[in-house]
Design a protein around this ligand. Sequence first.
Ligand code: CP
Length: 333
Amino acid sequence: MFVQQDPNLIQLNSAGQLKHFLTTEGLSREMLTEILDTADSFVDMNAQQVKKVPLLRGKTLVNLFFEASTRTASTFELAAKRLSADVLNLNIKTSSTSKGETLKDTLMTMEAMHSDMFVVRHSESGAAHYIASNVTPHVAVINAGDGRHAHPTQAMLDMLTIRQHKGAFEPLSVAIVGDILHSRVARSQIHALRTLGVSDIRVIAPTTLLPRHIEALGVTVFTDMKQGLKDVDVVMMLRLQKERMQSALLPSESEFYNLYGLTEEKLKLTHPDSIVMHPGPINRGVEIETSVADGPKSMILKQVTNGIAVRMAVMSMAMGGQMTEHQARRESE
Ligand code: CP
């Protein structure tokens, strides 16, 4: 685990604008709303015949995925291309990381190519923060998921999806279900939901998959899924993170599905207009019944689509924040 500091000391510039995007924790409601409003403008653009604007023309983005990804890596690449940036996807498996090169040396090598933005996924919590603390000042860093810590663009695409379907956040009841213990997505969602004013945030999980003191984040804990789902407006399912489980935390996948899988039957307990979300990748028959995943309440593919708009918003805002900072530095010299 890398050392953590107050993230806003580093992710905001001196004018309070985004210059890195590392976590939803600590960001103001105004900032989260600005991300959603900016993303909204890109949602329409992404549905046009010509899906390109020149906002990042001349800028170079490097995708650094030290962990596997389908959705996040692809949508960051598409988002950058739709902003007219040049994109380099470093293949970590065939890169010099496999010869023992350190993260710092890889970054310095990429910086020497005059990169402007790093999008980073890493298995270590705090990796994106560490990178943002060590890059040269004009380079923006976007966290694409670090260990169990944060996945802020996932949380913001989830917030955009909720806002599109539910409007105001305040009156909502939202349940987050499954492997809360290992989930960076859940942490980023909880911070965003709280900041945006959601009145009732529930987490539903077996005690073995709940972090200690999770209530301190302002959530109500349920270990009985049927109680926890009662009348909720939004169900956010999570993937079982088997790759992060160091010991047997579950009796079996079928037992987990019986108690915590989202089935048609359990879905009937939610509000009649409820929506179902999942960050993906989904494990059908483990976290969610196929007919629910593919059913009319499912927002799973809409979330993927919204990922492009949210990532366009965050990248353009961070680049703008870096340019303002750079300008202010030059004027004070
Ligand atoms: N939701 C998410 O992060 O999916 P990927 O691992 O496919 O990027």
